[in-house]
Design a protein around this ligand. Structure first.
Ligand code: PEP
Ligand code: MG
Length: 591
């Protein structure tokens, strides 16, 4: 059994599918016999052809779903895969050094990586990500088991047998993460990445069980191995015995049956036993998520992360394009209600066109709103597009990573100026778009009173608030034990912010992942939170949870939790309470 971090709940028994890393450091493999050279060259050429075909299909699909600029990124991948120099270098590796096609590809990839690292201009240096993405696609064609077909996005179109497919990778690249939802992947296991990395968030939003931080799993798994993934406990079993397989298959059936049964509560209101109503909103990353939010019965979108629009572009999307995309998001959001967050890049999400400095601590550095203050035009464009999209529903604008009141003032002024300019230009927009502050830097929590005087609403981003509060990178498995919502410090800080909002009558939402986790949601409800925003997949169970408690009961739990001193005490106490409230929900809660 391997132990990692459960980043998306659920249990799956399935067969392993490896996504090979082409940036490997292992010893290159040579062919045992020179007679195999022509066959190996042909195998590489076939992998290039297959990659080309799949990219062409992929470009068409992305163009339909996300528009032409997003598709352009993958068009450039077509140029890379068909680059004659790439083919010549890999052929030379096979023919002259007698390398296997995969090793020759690795050697060329490592040489490209070194070459790109020497490039001065940031934009061109960053193109290595695209090269790596393409090489990974070719690599996965080369390592595929005969009979299996893969579309190169870390997904499998068909595979031997009827077992679900478990993706095993060192890491999931952004383009692979974008495709998780549409493909028949049953679970994901990675060696790196934490519970709030973008890949984990996307897996959760699609309800795919996932475990990350599983060291050396790639050394233990071969394609086609039977595996068990327990995304709640963070356990991975490779080649389980008969008893374990049978036991986990049973849990898998129960888990998915229960989740399916919960969807039945879609049209019921989210109310506690004694009639306290809460709003359950969805965190979304793209249009597909907006529709998923509607399917599970969210009453609106509490957080639309606009990064994913920018991550799929070659350069900054213009105002018209942003407006059109936000308009679609609003129209497809439940009750046409959406909180659109301004761009939150930096940290784990970077785009080449904004430039990335080599920062020792990217999460503490040039991130989010801080990037915008150095590129105010970008922000003005986004603010205008959001204000314009506001005409199509009930739209709010949310600013991430606010640290000081000065920042908020500057943003409020920019919004005011954008409105004046739109008015002067005669461009229609919604004047009543509310603006809000994300509380995710401890400084903002500490000075919440001052911020509340100058904002319409608050959204607590607990993912970041936790990592900054405990000084532990949210993506680093080594410090994952500190990045834990069930802790005295995080509950105290959130309690303080909620009280300040209640005092001033300011609407407040929690939109970090803890809002969707039963144990922490119970405490948040008891502290008086009435607006929860979470991955759509969690909405049915939080609705079931709220409808299983009374307000007074939850208040008692919250009051008690605030008296406890350690994570362990809190976890034990809440697990017991949750079991009393609903043993089934306790069984599927994670974190
Ligand atoms: C958060 O930090 O809690 C949050 C919701 O934002 P993100 O996960 O996108 O950083
Ligand atoms: Mg955040």
């Amino acid at each position: 059994m391997h132990k990692g971090i459960g980043v998306s709940p659920g249990v799956v028994v399935g067969v392993a599918y490896r996504v090979e890393s082409v940036l490997g450091s292992g010893e290159p493999q040579t062919l045992d016999n020179a007679a195999r050279i022509p066959e190996e060259v042909a195998r590489f050429d076939r992998a290039v052809e297959d990659t080309t075909a799949e990219l062409e299909t992929f470009v068409q699909r992305i163009a339909l779903e996300l528009g032409t600029p997003a598709a352009d990124i993958f068009k450039s991948h077509l140029q890379i895969v068909n680059d004659p120099e790439l083919t010549a270098r890999v052929h030379a590796g096979i023919e002259k050094q007698r390398l296997t096609a995969f090793s020759a590809l690795q050697v060329v990839m490592n040489a490209y990586a070194a070459q790109f690292a020497r490039i001065d201009q940031e934009y061109f240096r960053e193109r290595i990500t695209d090269v790596r993405d393409v090489m990974t696609r070719i690599g996965s064609h080369l390592t595929r088991k005969p009979g299996a077909a893969d579309n190169g996005n870390g997904s499998v179109d068909s595979h031997p047998g009827d077992e679900p497919v478990i993706l095993v990778a060192h890491e999931i690249l952004p383009s692979q993460a974008m495709n998780l939802g549409d493909l028949p992947i049953a679970a994901i296991v990675t060696e790196i990445g934490g519970s709030t990395s973008h890949a984990a968030i996307l897996a959760r939003s699609r309800g795919i069980p996932a475990v990350s931080g599983v060291e050396n799993i790639m050394n233990d798994v071969v394609a086609g191995d039977l595996m068990v993934v327990d995304g709640r406990e963070g356990h991975v079993i490779v080649r389980p015995d008969r008893e374990a397989t049978a036991a986990y298959r049973k849990v898998q059936r129960e888990f998915f049956n229960f989740k399916d049964s919960l969807i039945a509560n879609r049209d019921l209101p989210a109310v506690s036993c004694d009639g306290t109503q809460v709003e359950l909103l969805a965190n979304i990353n793209n249009l597909a998520d907006a529709n998923a939010a509607d399917t599970v019965g969210a009453t609106g979108v509490g957080l639309f992360r606009t990064e994913y629009l920018f991550l799929t572009h070659h350069d900054v999307p213009g105002e018209e394009e942003q407006y059109e995309y936000y308009r679609q998001i609003v129209l497809n959001s439940p009750n046409k209600t959406a909180t659109i967050r301004t761009l939150d890049l930096g940290g784990d999400k970077t785009v080449p066109y904004l430039g990335r400095r080599n920062e020792p601590n990217p999460f503490m550095g040039w991130r989010s709103i801080r990037i915008f203050f150095d590129n105010p035009k970008l922000l003005v464009t986004q603010i205008r597009a959001i204000l314009r999209a506001g005409r199509h529903g009930k739209v709010s604008m949310l600013f991430p990573m606010i640290t000081t009141v000065e920042e908020l003032r500057r943003l409020n002024t920019m919004v005011k100026e954008a409105k004046n300019n739109l008015k002067r230009e005669g461009v229609p927009f919604a004047d009543d778009v509310k603006t809000g502050v994300m509380v995710e830097v401890p400084a903002a929590a500490v000075c919440i009173d001052a911020l509340l005087r100058e904002t319409d609403f608050i959204s607590i981003g607990s993912n970041d608030l936790i990592q900054y509060l405990v000084a532990a990178d949210r993506d680093n498995p080594k410090v994952a034990h500190l990045c834990e919502p069930l802790s005295p410090s995080i509950f105290r800080v959130i309690h303080m912010v909620l009280e300040a909002c209640q005092r001033t009558g300011t609407p407040v939402t929690v939109c970090g992942e803890m809002a969707g986790q039963a144990r922490s949601a119970l405490v948040l409800f008891g502290m008086g939170l009435r607006r929860f925003s979470m991955s759509p997949a969690f909405i049915p169970q939080v609705k079931a949870l709220i409808s299983s408690v009374t307000t007074a009961q939850a208040e008692r739990f919250a009051h008690h939790v605030l008296q406890l001193s350690t994570n362990e005490e809190i976890r034990t106490y809440l697990s017991e309470r949750l079991r009393e409230v609903s043993s089934v929900l306790e069984a599927i809660d994670f974190a």
